[in-house]
Design a protein around this ligand. Sequence first.
Ligand SMILES: CC(C)(COP(=O)(O)OP(=O)(O)OC[C@H]1O[C@@H](n2cnc3c(N)ncnc32)[C@H](O)[C@@H]1OP(=O)(O)O)[C@@H](O)C(=O)NCCC(=O)NCCS
Length: 238
Amino acid sequence: MRARALPGPWWLVRRRQDLPSELDWLSSEEQRHLARLQVEKRRNDWLLGRWTAKSAFLGSPYWAGVDTDLADLTVRQAADGAPEALLRGRPLPLTLSISHRRGWGLCALAPEGMLVGCDLEAVEARSPAFLEDYFTSEEQVALEGLPSVETDRLATLFWAAKESALKALRVGLRADTRRIQTTVTGGLEAVETWRSLAVQDTQSDRRFGGWSRMLGELTLVVVTSPSSGEPVALDNRP
Ligand SMILES: CC(C)(COP(=O)(O)OP(=O)(O)OC[C@H]1O[C@@H](n2cnc3c(N)ncnc32)[C@H](O)[C@@H]1OP(=O)(O)O)[C@@H](O)C(=O)NCCC(=O)NCCS
């Protein structure tokens, strides 16, 4: 008998124009952090990440029955850069990952103990030197001989899977991206439905279940370890 897959992680996207004009939904710790961000793009991305993550909590079971408001929730960066969520200073029993690209924010949430990472990437051409430097030889072989539009799409997917897994491992791009090996298991069509991936950290031999889909011109990837079912959309507009 096949083991039942664990329930998938939750995911939500938000657009920059969804951001409220007031900032009263930020906690005092978040207000202090924002005041230190001087570069406008960084401020905008950081705010979009916070808003997307808080909107995701609102739609998730973690928020059900909680009598509080969004300013009681802090989404902070731990010393290693990974995001963590605290409700009135107490860590919530979940893991989360954030990405922002071209005015879109993505957040993935998973139960405590499950590693989760997500990434949003624009499909674009990558040079042969880039592929050689950052991709595994198996990934380079998978890219060979494809029509260029498919090469760009697959290379973007591989890159998003690497970033997602390295975020789930809380190391980010400080690590060698070639330690992450991705295989497309669910088809490569450019569709707005989830397709499965197998992702492995060859350094630790940890395996991730991955999912990818398109969102307009962007590729979305979510990975979890242990692997789990298809990501579940959250939508509960505050
Ligand atoms: C994590 C990293 C891969 C993100 O890449 P990116 O394409 O620039 O940005 P994305 O929008 O996809 O993701 C940004 C989010 O990653 C998350 N993140 C940052 N460092 C992380 C880490 N070590 N582990 C997990 N998640 C991390 C943050 O939540 C961040 O969003 P926030 O700043 O709003 O909180 C990259 O920033 C990184 O490797 N950072 C660590 C090393 C570093 O600082 N290198 C300098 C540049 S190479």
